[in-house]
Write a protein that binds this ligand. Structure first.
Ligand code: IVH
Length: 683
């Protein structure tokens, strides 16, 4: 019975995955999908022997740590010859026509996806292996990671060959990349350079559960089989689409058959102008001969096939005048110089500002106010100043003089040895630093104070209602119904008035109450101590257990904690040397925040990793808190309410009827404390 159900659920999930991620035409709710996924995960947990190798649950990632094995490619993974010149494209076309002895050679125009090449092997419709390009002869086996990519089919449909290879590119869509960077910016972390590098770094992560969290996608462009499935490359790609692969869409001109040089050039020009409309980055166009028989006739050079060529777009750059260099102060006090430019259109957006990184960069490029500078975007979202445009008159006679005082609070800046950035040391008295720290404290990865946006925080700060994180818990919010503040509207470029409604006040209060459940490690991260990121906060919380211990610890004791180096240890000691910070901790404790860890280095296994549990009712063998601790010590998460994200409800006697109903309606499996015991027993 269960085994049948496992097969049935796997088939359903494969089908709806394909509809959602490949066809973009879902026909069921996310909730229904999640419910089936939860049911399948539950069944597989109890019957691991029945888990299918291509199970959709693999999407969440599994192997804790895998070394990438080097595997020889069955067919070498060659690269394409490149050119930036249209003339060379015409020459290539000429050579192809001569080589084939005909003038009407059909060509296929395709996008050149800017990602990481991947080779996938399917046996009997099941994905069995995924290899990176490596050195072209040998690639790395990244199968576990690739299985987490949502638009790569784990099980094919239709009339596919029983054994074949398919190649394509893995990438990170631009919007997802931007969102990731916005999150990093909010947390004061260094930004990722571009989608390609981020995708590549992700694919090489050792923990496939981390890969599963990133929205990588694939696009396939090349089927390889002992016997051709059709006469042309174009037909093969379309066929691959019918088996469930993400392939270029013919109606969107992502792939097009042409015959004349004019058509080739017009396709290139079209995408040179419209490349920014695509959801992903491309760095050029690939032109292939369509007839597969011609591939054999034309053959290869040592490095690349003669039947294809890549036209690469030039990195877009433009020159504009730099009006003024201003300085931004980040949450940690880091100063970033910014070039304020005469607005110029570049790669799809109007650029007004560009980062100048730090003092050294300005000195190295000898950038002066009033200069014309070259701006480039490349794959990067934030434009860069790459050089002074020396064909234009210089802005001034003398090199730019870097500021020595904070532009916001006039405190003298410091620059620590070995660091590129200048800092404003006035951490608790400099407005952008205070607001930045408040913003960090309320952020999702820290206290998750929903509704507490930067506008509310800034308004409260300006009104003198809050000066630090502790004040949030002392605010008399009920008195603020009708409180008016202004919000900058980017679209209209005007300030708009807003006033706090009682509903919003209720939500602000509610999130403050909920934040008292946030585990210690996230509270610690939320304090915004310089150099204490998420991972370090977690390690500190687990190793030292409480804020009291961390406050008391000297540098040596801190250095003994995994991942804590000199810089971090010094920064922590410095932070807690400040009397005011010590008082904050007492007040946060009084407010009811979690300032101690429940599980100090008590990790027993990761058998429940990635699983979310809700615990409800009265139990026989364990106390409720004990069950929670047990789940956490095996890597599971405990949540207070049942949602589509819940994997299991551990139910005892007298579980509330509303919870029971909700679990049933969402299809969340309900298990007993005995079942839980079984799940965490090692065999
Ligand atoms: S066909 C024999 N088609 O560009 C080579 N490659 O240097 C067959 N690429 O390694 C490759 N988009 O990673 C092909 N539409 C496309 C492509 C594409 C991107 C990448 C691929 C390859 C590199 C060529």
């Amino acid at each position: 019975m269960s085994q049948e159900r496992i097969k049935e659920l796997a088939a359903l999930l494969h089908e709806h995955n394909h509809r959602y991620y490949v066809l973009n035409q879902p026909i069921i709710s996310d909730q229904q999908f999640d419910a089936w996924m939860n049911e399948l995960e539950a069944l597989e947990t109890f019957h691991p022997e029945w888990r299918l190798s291509n199970s959709p649950t693999q999407r969440v990632g599994s192997d804790l740590s895998q070394k990438f094995e080097k595997v020889a490619h069955v067919r070498p993974m060659l690269s394409l010859s490149n050119t930036y010149s249209e003339e060379e494209i015409s020459d290539w076309l000429q050579r192809v026509k001569e080589g084939l002895g005909t003038n009407d050679t059909e060509l296929v125009m395709e996008l050149k996806y800017d990602g990481i090449a991947i080779s996938l092997f399917y046996e009997k419709g099941v994905l069995v292996r995924a290899l990176t390009r490596g050195d072209g002869t040998q690639g790395e086996d990244v199968t576990a990671n690739v299985k987490t990519i949502k638009n790569i089919p784990l099980q094919l449909q239709g009339d596919y060959p029983s054994s074949f290879e398919i190649r394509g590119e893995i990438f990170l869509p631009k919007a997802d990349f931007e969102r990731m960077n916005q999150e990093r910016m909010a947390q004061g972390l260094e930004l990722y350079a571009n989608p390609r590098n981020t995708a590549s770094g992700t694919l090489k992560q050792l923990d496939s559960r981390e890969v599963a969290k990133r929205p990588l996608r694939a696009m396939m462009y090349f089927v390889l089989c002992d016997e051709w499935m059709a006469n042309t490359h174009y037909e093969q790609v379309v066929m691959a689409g019918s088996w469930g692969f993400p392939v270029p869409l013919t109606d969107l001109k992502m792939i097009q058959r042409v015959t004349t040089t004019e058509e080739v050039m017009s396709y290139i020009h079209h995408w040179d102008v419209h490349r920014n409309d695509l959801a992903f980055d491309i760095d050029g166009i690939v032109i292939k001969v369509n007839l597969l028989q011609s591939w054999d006739e034309l053959g290869m050079t040592a490095k690349s096939p003669r039947w294809a060529i890549a036209y690469k777009f030039k990195a877009e750059r433009v020159s504009t005048r730099l009006d003024k260099i201003t300085y931004q102060v980040g949450r940690t006090g880091a100063i970033t110089p910014v070039a304020n430019l005469v607005p110029v259109f570049l790669a799809g957006t109007t650029v007004k500002r560009a980062s100048l990184h730090n003092a050294d960069q300005i000195e190295k490029l000898d950038i002066r106010e009033g200069d014309y500078v070259w701006i480039e975007k490349g794959g990067e979202i934030i434009p860069k100043v790459i050089a002074v445009d020396l064909d234009k008159p210089r802005g001034g006679q003398d090199p730019h003089v870097y500021i020595q005082h904070c532009p916001e609070c006039q405190t003298e800046l410091v620059r620590e040895e070995g660091e590129a950035q200048h800092y404003c040391p006035n951490a608790d008295g400099c407005q952008p630093q205070i607001i930045g720290k408040l913003e960090h404290f309320v952020s999702r990865k820290a206290m998750t104070l929903e509704g507490w946006g930067v506008e509310t925080l800034s308004a409260f700060f300006k009104e003198g209602l809050i000066r630090n994180i502790v004040d949030l818990y002392h605010l008399d919010l009920d008195r603020l119904v009708g409180f008016e503040y202004s919000v900058w509207d980017e679209a209209t470029q005007e300030f708009r008035k807003r006033s706090l409604q009682s509903k919003t006040i209720e939500n602000l209060k509610k999130s403050l109450v909920q934040s008292k459940e946030v585990p210690f490690e996230r509270v610690l991260f939320g304090l915004g101590i310089r150099h204490v990121g998420e991972t370090v906060a977690k390690k500190l919380a687990r190793a030292l257990g409480s804020i009291d211990h961390i406050m008391r610890a000297n540098k040596e004791e801190l250095l003994a904690v995994d991942e804590v180096g000199e810089k971090i240890a010094e920064s922590i000691v410095q932070y807690f040397q400040i009397k005011e910070h010590q008082e904050w901790m007492t007040q946060l404790k009084e407010a009811g925040l979690q300032l101690a860890s429940h599980h100090v280095d008590n990790v027993q296994s990761d058998l429940l990793a990635t699983k979310v549990f809700v615990v409800s009712g009265v139990f026989e063998k364990y106390g409720r808190d004990e069950i929670k601790a047990l789940i956490e010590s095996h890597g599971g998460k405990v949540s207070g309410s049942i949602s589509a994200k819940t994997h299991f409800v551990v139910a005892g006697r007298d579980m509330g009827p509303a919870k029971l109903e909700k679990a049933k309606s969402l299809g969340v499996p309900i298990i007993s404390e005995m079942d839980l015991d079984q799940m965490i027993s090692p065999e």
